[in-house]
Ligand binder design. Structure first.
Ligand code: URP
Ligand code: ZN
Ligand code: ZN
Ligand code: ZN
Length: 512
């Protein structure tokens, strides 16, 4: 249930329109430097030391802290109706929790209900989210069936509604899944619109077969979830999606890469020049699939998401290392939370357990802990994988994803020396469970600023219902489409000159 909230009148919201963040180290994706940050009217106005600042400006002392772009979580599902349940974090509590953890923008997925058009579903999400969000948000749209109307609606969404990304499911057969010929057409449409195609990459037909077999053999518990969709089932779909996208020159973003072999398939494709970007999840970095063996059913079911966590306990570190070397580029949360009574829908059949876990609040801390604190990742790469790369791919950069003059004042003041212990008892999310329960994390969002407003103040959350804005994402993100253009420019024919021909004839003669 949503907590009742009081709306803060607009005149009070804008009373503090100037802010100086002093003595900290600014971390951007391309480096770290000492600078104070002056914010006015929601935008970063000046960066440097010894700035001349108007009287009455609030000052935050960031000595010993990092000043970083606010996190961008490109993968949330707030109040999503799925598998007979509705995810419990709504757009208010979900975005409030995001802020608590240092995330200042989220991108949620419009997922149409059966018989609902894309535009209708989009309008429904806007009606729900606009008045609730505490931080800025944008929308991807999921395409769950393929027909002429869908094609037209995709164009309208891009041209009139600020949507530049569409998700296609290769799993959830008979519900959301598209087949290869449909994917080919859909990717062509994305390319023609300047959009980014996103895939949920798992082989839905194999999962269907495996699920039947396992249930018939009496495997009904949450462990059956992973057994029905082992990692090669994910890797095959990643590889297939990369090949289809490459053949029609469509840029591709693979959401929730959860296994080593899927990450390898993606980074191998990148090495071949395929225009593909990969996202992994806080869940995949912070926990693993040994949890499906847990003797407590609720605990095991609490970790059920798709693709699943992997039983190999080295997977989290392997995925982190992929992020470090740019084999993967983005971290999301895939926050899609269900309470115990909702998970219990699958008590006797793992295939009916609503899929999803938490992460929107803890993503930044988990990536910092397992990446930076563990000594695998530097703070600049942390910024890249938690904020900048998502901003670039979905065309929000440089408005978002960087601490720079002219950018939105979406800032997190991060204390790397402070620690906290993650727990469902203390988190800000609506869900009754936390997959990171008991994990000690170094790195805490001490101040979180959205559009110049201090929404987390000395670790105290001061979120405002409805304060966030809808972000229009425009087509043809340069970061993505420049890569596509470059890839298309590569010569395809054989370059021949008279000199080459002569040299070749001489070589052929020498061989005979
Ligand atoms: O298990 C998951 N990932 N739930 C949310 C829906 C999706 O496929 O992203
Ligand atoms: Zn998915
Ligand atoms: Zn338990
Ligand atoms: Zn998802």
């Amino acid at each position: 249930m949503t907590t009742p909230v009081k709306k803060v009148p607009i005149h009070l919201q804008s009373s503090q329109n100037r802010l100086l963040i002093k003595n900290g180290k600014v971390v951007n994706e391309d480096g770290i430097f000492d600078a104070d940050v002056f914010v006015e009217d929601g935008v970063i106005k000046e960066l440097g030391r010894n700035l001349i600042i108007p009287g009455g400006t609030r000052t935050i002392d960031a000595r010993g802290r990092y000043i970083m772009p606010g996190g961008i979580d490109p993968h949330t599902h707030f109040e999503l109706q799925m598998m007979g349940a509705r995810s419990v974090d709504d757009f208010y509590q979900g975005t409030k929790a995001a802020l608590a953890g240092g995330t200042t923008s989220v991108i949620d997925f419009v997922i149409p209900q059966q018989d609902e058009g894309l535009l209708e579903a989009y309008e429904r999400y806007r009606m729900t989210a606009d008045e609730k969000v505490c931080c800025d948000y944008a929308l991807h749209v999921a395409v769950t069936k393929w027909d002429a109307k869908t094609r037209e609606e995709m164009a309208t969404l891009v041209q009139e509604h600020g949507v530049n990304s569409f998700k296609f499911f290769m799993a959830y057969r008979d519900v959301f899944m598209l087949r290869d010929p449909e994917l080919i057409e859909a990717f062509k449409v994305c390319k023609s619109l300047g959009a980014v195609a996103m895939v949920h990459a798992e082989n839905g037909d194999i999962i269907y077969e495996n699920t039947k077999k396992l249930l018939a053999a009496g495997v009904t518990g949450p462990e059956g979830h992973e057994m029905s969709r082992p990692e090669e089932v994910e890797a095959e779909a990643v590889n297939r999606a990369c090949i289809i996208a490459n053949q029609v020159s469509c840029p591709l973003y693979v959401v929730h890469v959860m296994s080593r072999s899927a990450a390898d398939a993606l980074s191998d494709a990148r090495a071949r020049g395929v225009c593909v970007w990969g996202e992994t999840l806080a869940a995949a970095l912070g926990t693993d699939g040994t949890t499906y063996q847990h003797k407590c059913w609720r605990h095991a079911a609490g970790h059920v998401l798709s693709p699943p966590l992997r039983p190999d306990p080295d997977t989290p570190e392997a995925l982190m290392k992929k992020l470090v070397v740019d084999g993967l580029q983005v971290t999301g949360s895939d926050n899609c939370t269900f309470n115990a009574d909702q998970k219990a829908l699958g008590k006797d059949d793992f295939s009916k357990i609503p899929n999803g876990v938490n992460g929107v609040e803890d993503r930044m801390s988990v990536v910092w802990e397992k990446g930076v604190h563990a000594g695998l990742m530097d703070p600049s790469r942390f910024v890249a994988v938690t904020s900048t790369n998502a901003a670039r791919i979905f065309n929000l950069y440089p408005r978002k994803g960087v601490v720079a003059v002219g950018s939105d004042a979406d800032i997190v003041v991060w204390d790397p020396s402070r620690k906290r212990i993650i727990s469902a008892e203390t988190h800000h999310q609506a869900v009754d469970f936390n997959i990171f329960e008991g994990m000690e994390v170094h790195g805490v969002a001490e101040y979180v600023i959205v559009g110049g407003r201090v929404c987390v103040d000395e670790c105290q959350i001061k979120a405002v219902h409805g304060f966030g804005k809808y972000l229009e994402t425009l087509p043809y993100p340069a970061y993505v489409y420049d890569a596509v253009e470059e890839h298309e420019k590569q010569p395809r024919g054989v370059a021949r000159s008279e000199a080459d021909a002569k040299r070749q004839h001489e070589e052929d003669l020498a061989l005979t």
